[in-house]
Design a protein around this ligand. Structure first.
Ligand SMILES: Nc1nc2c(ncn2[C@@H]2O[C@H](COP(=O)(O)OP(=O)(O)O)[C@@H](O)[C@H]2O)c(=O)[nH]1
Ligand SMILES: [Mg+2]
Length: 684
């Protein structure tokens, strides 16, 4: 075995990340098969993989949440976390990253996925997480690996360092040369590759490729640089040491190649992880863990039908077992009841977990994904803060059956617990329950889970836009008179109102200018209440804003006047006044900031113009080479499904944030349509 310069032993936690469909779930399956954790390697197509075991994942044939599996490889425990690659589920990955020792970035030779790869690489780089690139699907390769790396290099800030080169036979890759070992291997399906003599063309290509690997390593090792310059072959152990060190320090990103579906290249990958990836000591240091008190980081939360709530956590220091009481900085989160090893959805009870191990902890009712839990005298400070992505798409939902309303609320809380990027708001004005998420698929999966797991069928609609209306013309002395004579006691209220437009954003102001007690003081608040009632639904059907109403005169009756009568009079006055004040619709306008790769900027501008957007500026995105940021003003009604167009124009990587800016008049045909739709809805 090679000397590895302080090789970190012990349980490791490795995330499998990378663009959508690159083969992460398949690679996890291959790893589990290669380590004999499972008997047979399943496939995504047949729906037989350990990962993606949830009903929703199987149904859509894509990862919609993380899958966790622990395997033993040559005496070391490794927990692998298969992370979804789709942009709509990438928040699952972000919650996992802080706790891992290293990431295996799975990718393929596909130009359209470079932007996504870059997004993922950036996350890892920013968090200083060492990473390997696994170039998968080389059974389909139709270009040289060196060309592929040229394509992928812009996605990484550090050099992609090729560790293996393929051996080609009749345009098919049949094996590889390991550049560090200087050995050739031929792939065997589902069994380890076999050593073959390194000779001929492969030998000379291997020599060249090894030399460029060493050159890159020498950028951070002067001694190696001298040896190369003087043509002295560096000792093999030194090469391994450098590879390990520079990988752990994130100075390079080693590249391994393989075919996950055939388990090719998997053993090499596992060996690289075992020898070169850092362990819990280095990770605990990166996270600022001090002392030996029990500390754990929650990377995923599940609600299981039988086992209740499970918090998948990596123990960062100390030991956590059944009965350990854990706390977050905010509160006591519960007593651990059950420590489980996970292989996908298969769980196995086990003893206490020590530093480095990744396990599921049962019954921590108040623990949340992303939290740091501890059992010391003082709660440990959070080791990471995972900022949620801004939501980009919303739907309004209601239970199909009204009696499920309460269940809907409770079920949503559970879903939110499992997936904090799912946000639920209750719009008091429209009485809508609005669910915000990361995209159409994300929201669809959420509603499927509601139906499948909690038995709540829902109806979904496009959420209402926050339209308002206002007036353009003042009117004076409008009378509102309510008089009713029935049997004994009558009702009488009489008011005279002045109504005036106010500047945009002023809201509503009420004043009274009563002289000589024309309306007794005690009834004036009721008049105002009546006015406020009437303003809730103006002549166009929306809340009326930016106006002032003054009570200027009126009359009363000693016996028949009452609070209610004056309230009704106020309402009648406003209902009469407003149609004469030239009412006009107001729509909310937001400032939108869109980020996208520069080659898509022209398309984004066109999308914005097509949606009544007004472009304010466009600029290069700070700190993001090859990206732009476009700022625009845009009506809320056009933002609803904007993300769908933005993603399709940017190979999935474009995104945006928005913030309310002001209300603006909407006139003409678009306004007529809004008013007509409102009338139709009201008539239902
Ligand atoms: N040809 C080929 N196909 C692969 C390989 N690895 C995965 N696939 C296929 O690629 C598709 C996506 O795989 P999956 O593991 O779900 O990708 P993920 O989205 O990264 O988890 C599936 O159809 C796999 O069978 C490979 O090495 N070669
Ligand atoms: Mg997957």
């Amino acid at each position: 075995m090679a000397v590895n310069g302080g090789n970190a032993r012990g349980p490791r936690c490795i995330a499998l990340v990378g663009p959508f469909q690159s083969g992460k779930t398949t690679l996890l399956e291959a790893i589990l098969a290669r380590t004999n954790t499972i008997q047979r390697q399943g496939t995504v197509e047949a729906g037989t993989t350990v990962g993606d075991a949830s009903k929703e994942a199987r149904h859509h044939k894509m990862s919609v949440e993380v899958s966790v599996a622990t395997a033993n490889f040559m005496g070391d425990d490794f927990t692998f976390i298969d992370c979804p690659g789709s942009v709509e589920f990438v928040h699952e990955m972000r919650a996992v990253l802080p706790a891992i020792d290293a990431a295996v970035v799975v990718c393929e030779a596909d130009e359209r996925k470079v932007a996504q790869l870059q997004l993922i690489m950036r996350e890892l780089e920013d968090l200083k997480i060492p990473r390997f690139l696994f170039l998968n699907k080389i059974d389909k390769a139709d270009q040289r690996v060196r060309e592929t790396l040229k394509l992928l290099q812009p996605a990484s800030r550090v050099p992609l360092l090729l560790r293996q080169i393929p051996i080609w036979k009749n345009d098919i890759i049949t094996g590889f040369v390991d550049l560090a070992l200087e050995r050739a291997f031929v792939y065997k399906e589902h069994v380890p590759s076999e050593v073959i003599p390194l000779e001929g063309d492969d030998l000379s290509r291997g020599k060249d490729a090894r030399f460029s690997m060493l050159e890159t390593l020498a950028d951070h090792d002067d001694e190696l640089m001298e040896q190369l310059l003087e043509d002295i072959p560096p000792p093999r152990d030194k090469v391994f040491d450098d590879l390990a060190k520079e990988q752990r320090d994130g100075l390079i990103c080693p590249v391994l190649i393989g075919v996950a579906t055939r388990t090719n290249g998997v053993l090499r990958l596992l060996k690289a992880l075992r020898h070169e990836s850092r362990g819990i000591e280095a990770t605990a240091k990166r996270l600022g863990i001090k002392g030996n008190d029990p500390v754990a980081y929650v990377l995923k939360t599940f609600h299981t039908t039988h086992g209740g709530k499970m918090s998948v956590a990596r123990v960062l220091s100390g030991q956590i077992g059944d009965g350990t009481t854990l706390s977050s900085p905010e509160q006591e989160t519960g007593r651990v009841s059950g420590v489980l090893k996970l292989v996908g959805q298969v769980t196995e009870k086990r003893g206490p977990a020590s530093a480095g191990e990744t396990v599921a902890l049962g019954k921590l009712d108040h623990a949340r994904t992303g939290e740091t839990l501890s059992a010391g005298k003082q709660a440990h400070k959070p080791v990471a803060a995972v900022a949620p992505y801004a939501p980009v798409l919303a739907i309004a939902v209601s239970a199909k059956d009204r009696k499920d309303d309460v269940k809907l609320g409770v079920s949503f809380n559970k879903l939110h617990d499992e997936d904090p990027s799912l946000a639920v708001h209750h719009n008091a004005e429209t009485h809508e329950v609005v669910v915000w998420g990361q995209g159409e698929m994300h929201l669809r999966v959420a509603t499927e889970r509601l139906a499948d797991r909690y038995g709540v069928a829902i109806e979904r609609r496009t959420p209402s836009v926050g339209y308002r209306e206002t007036i353009k013309k003042p009117i004076s002395a409008v009378r509102g008179r309510h008089k009713k004579q029935s049997g004994g006691h009558g009702q009488f209220g009489d008011v005279v109102l002045d109504v005036k437009p106010l500047p945009r954003g002023s809201g509503f102001a009420f004043a009274e200018k009563i002289v000589g007690g024309a309306v007794p003081r005690n009834y004036i608040p009721s008049v105002e209440e009546g006015v406020v009632d009437a303003l809730k639904h103006g002549p166009l059907g929306f809340q009326v804003v930016d106006l002032s109403v003054s009570l200027v005169d009126g009359s009363y009756h000693a016996v028949d006047s009452s609070d209610m009568a004056f309230r009704i009079a106020g309402r009648i006055g406003i209902n009469d006044a407003l149609p004469q004040c030239n009412p006009v619709l107001l729509e909310p306008i937001h400032t939108v900031e869109i980020v996208c790769p520069s080659e898509a900027t022209a398309k984004i501008n066109a999308i914005l113009s097509g949606r009544r957007g007004q472009i304010l500026s466009f600029d290069t995105r700070e700190g993001w080479e090859g990206w732009d940021m476009v700022r625009a003003m845009m009506p809320e009604s056009e933002i609803g499904d904007l993300i769908i167009e933005v993603r399709s124009a940017t190979a999935g990587v474009g995104s945006f944030t928005f913030k309310f800016d002001h209300m603006a008049e909407l006139t003409g045909k678009p306004a007529d349509q809004v008013v007509a739709a409102r009338r139709a809805a009201a008539a239902e």
